[in-house]
Design a protein around this ligand. Structure first.
Ligand SMILES: *Cc1c(COP(=O)(O)O)cnc(C)c1O
Length: 444
């Protein structure tokens, strides 16, 4: 007969080596959330390729379904391989708990679904990944959720857009694509003064460069598809909860502070305290809407996250050198990279991104739209595709691709005007990256 808890306990007692907050980010990237496999002793986290988990008996099953005990039921809701990734990202971000989802967009959707009722609204910086502008501006309204877009570089514009229906503020710490840095401290002050959480998409900065919770963020979202996985081979998303937001301070969040009929009257923020949001997002939004991360995807992303600090260090040093090269090139009109002294975001970068300004940035060719098209057609080492945060160097013309669905006005507001080229600098040999741009620019 299967006696799962005993096997688990044996493993944990023998081998528990959970790193804590005192460990450095390199240690957490390798170890956080992972234990030696209790069943086999496997050192690498196994892929628990299973849909469901056997109950000890009917009482155990009932307790699991009532959320009276922690454990695994069905992989739509939770899975041991996925849990390791969730715990690891939570540790890297300095958060209390995390929920993974199939993609970054799924994490954003489940987060909104946990906080918003029909008729609710939120305020978002307009300096966003193009897909997020479409999700918030076009699809969310069909669910009765309104997004007020404001100038992400001006905290006053968030204050001015506040009203009683607003349930959160959303921004990207380092915005995709233009290397715009949001001033997180004043944004968290504004959110908290109005009794709502600040949600930060930390995809491009990663916890290696910035931990938004340290600056007052309440929830942090990742497209793990990008630097967390880092190899351009796996989709994923994660939402991390800080554990610090007081959901009971007002009546804005009935989903967390009022009894939930679907769980025999559990009040999530009361029963689960500082991880009430995480439990609600998992046990209600993820359970009912279902965009779950697969165990194999979590495993791929775990391989990536182990080297996150090493990769980010190289991504950042390569990106700064490439930005400097382009900035001095006669065919380049401007470069928007927060690591350059000439950037309006240089000072904010020194404050929020102490170890580098990331690897994604934009520039414009003096030859405009046509020159941009020629450049993306002439590169050889760079790949012309719609992704960022790969080990490989990537290039794209956002106006005709990622930001294509937006109006001209929205494109410009999002930093994706007609002359703009976006690059994501990889971890290849710097001289090779620059040589490729050099030859491609000669042809444009
Ligand atoms: C890619 C991206 C997303 C969406 O994530 P997916 O994993 O593609 O769903 C959200 N925010 C930012 C900043 C991104 O770069």
């Amino acid at each position: 007969m299967i006696n799962r808890p005993k096997i688990l306990n044996k493993g944990i007692e023998k081998h528990d080596e959970h790193p804590d907050e005192s460990h450095g980010i390199e240690t957490l990237s390798v170890h956080a959330g992972a234990r030696v496999d209790p069943a086999t002793g496997s050192r690498s986290t196994p892929i628990y390729q299973t849909t469901s988990f056997v109950f000890d008996d009917s009482e155990h099953a009932a307790e699991l379904f009532n959320l009276q005990t922690f454990g695994y039921i069905y992989s739509r809701i939770s899975n041991p391989t996925v849990s390791v990734l969730e715990e690891r990202i939570a540790a890297l971000e300095g958060g209390r708990g995390a929920v993974a989802a199939a993609t970054g967009h799924a994490a954003q959707f489940l987060t909104a679904a946990t906080l918003l009722e029909q008729g609710d609204a939120f305020i978002s910086s307009s300096n966003l990944y193009g897909g997020s502008i479409t999700q918030f501006g076009t699809s969310f309204p069909k669910l009765g959720w309104t997004c007020h877009f404001v100038d992400g570089t001006d905290p006053h514009s968030f204050e001015a857009a506040m009203n009683k229906n607003v349930k959160f503020i959303f921004c990207e710490s380092l915005a995709n694509p233009g290397s715009v840095i949001c001033d997180l401290e004043p944004l968290s002050d504004i959110a908290h003064r109005h009794g709502v959480p600040l949600i930060v998409d930390n995809t491009l900065a990663t916890p290696y460069l910035c931990r938004p919770i340290d600056w007052g963020a309440d929830l942090v979202i990742h497209s793990a598809t990008k630097f967390i996985g880092g190899h351009g081979n796996t989709m994923g998303g994660v939402t991390v909860e800080s554990g610090r937001f007081d959901w009971f301070q007002n009546d804005k969040f009935p989903g967390l502070t009022k009894p939930d009929d679907a769980y025999h009257g559990i009040t999530f923020a009361e029963t689960f305290g500082d991880f009430g949001f995480t439990m609600k997002m998992r046990s209600v939004a993820l359970r009912d809407f279902g965009p779950t991360m697969a165990a194999t995807a979590a495993w791929n992303l775990l391989q990536g996250v182990e080297t996150l600090p090493l990769r980010m260090e190289r991504h950042c040093s390569n990106a700064l050198a490439v930005a400097e090269y382009l900035n001095a090139h006669p065919k380049i009109g401007w470069v928007s990279y927060a690591g350059l002294r000439t950037s309006p975001y240089f000072e904010l970068g020194k404050k929020y991104l102490r170890k580098g300004a990331g690897a994604v940035f934009t520039f414009g060719l003096t030859g405009g739209y046509e020159a941009g098209k020629n450049l993306v057609n002439s590169v050889e080492l760079f790949s012309h595709l719609a992704n960022v945060g790969d080990t490989r160097s990537l290039i794209i013309h956002p106006a005709s691709t990622t930001h294509r669905q937006l109006t001209e006005e929205q494109k410009i507001a999002a930093g994706a005007g007609p002359d703009v080229i976006r690059v994501s600098i990889g971890i290849e040999t710097l001289d090779d990256i620059i040589a490729d741009l050099k030859q491609a620019l000669t042809n444009t």
